[in-house]
Design a protein around this ligand. Structure first.
Ligand code: BG6
Ligand code: MG
Length: 219
């Protein structure tokens, strides 16, 4: 099955945000690296790969574990909030149109073909980013880190997105760049297109380098 056939065959497309629609993964990386430096931990891109799709608090807990650092809960909250402040400083520089290749063409095509469009993101900053980049108006439903109790790989965010647009899970496809997100989509019984330039992900239906490949019928 090709990516385009999957998209044409569903009633709803559910997008992950970071790394699928916008290039914010690098901002998360820079902000975590800056925080890790505070406790002399050399946080690299190798560790960062494991944080894709993982919530803010779970990411911090993993970094503290890797750094072998014991931090009380109240202080953990401060660290997470400091990281978020630095992250948002980078987000503030984003402008309308700062989206990954193929994003606008795909959203426009989905609107023209009467598909429901939803966001299913772990980020609590999702709305801000959609607004800054000028793509919020395409979405029929936005489900983000503020809307769920259980983060990916739990299917909650995708199931809620499907409910919000009134489509059964079997009629949805999820676009994801993280293994936690693919596993969440699978647990929700949805089809999955992986956005995975480096061929590191597994358990998807189709893989593309980026969204610009989806409307090309060869992929
Ligand atoms: C996911 C990112 O989309 O959102 C993770 O892949 C990030 O890296 C998570 O930790 C939570 O984001 P935020 O914006 O709420 O800190
Ligand atoms: Mg992502």
């Amino acid at each position: 099955m090709k990516a385009r056939e999957i998209v044409d065959g569903v009633a709803a497309v559910i997008f992950d945000l970071d790394g699928v629609l916008v290039d914010t993964a690098v901002f998360h990386y820079r902000a975590w690296k800056r925080l890790a430096k505070q406790f002399d931990f050399d946080f690299t891109e190798v560790e960062n790969e494991q944080l894709k799709g993982v919530s803010r608090v779970d990411s911090l807990n993993l970094i503290l574990k890797w750094a072998d650092k014991d931090v009380p809960a109240a202080e953990r909250e401060q660290l997470a909030s400091l990281k978020n402040t630095w992250y948002l400083e980078l987000v503030e520089n984003m402008k309308e149109g700062d989206v990954l290749p193929g994003t606008i063409d795909l959203l426009t095509y989905l609107k023209a073909t009467d598909k429901k469009i939803a966001l299913g993101s772990a980020s609590k900053n999702a709305v801000r980013i959609l607004e800054k980049t000028g793509i919020r108006h395409y979405f029929d439903a936005i489900l983000d880190g503020n809307a769920v109790k259980n983060s990916k790989p739990d299917p909650e965010v995708f199931l809620k997105a499907a409910t919000a647009v009134g489509v059964a899970p079997s009629g949805c496809v999820v676009l994801e760049d993280a293994q936690a997100g693919i596993d969440a989509a699978r647990a929700a019984n949805m089809q999955v297109i992986a956005v995975d330039k480096s061929y590191t992900l597994a358990n998807y239906d189709v893989r593309v380098d980026d969204l610009s490949e989806i409307l090309i019928s060869d992929y």
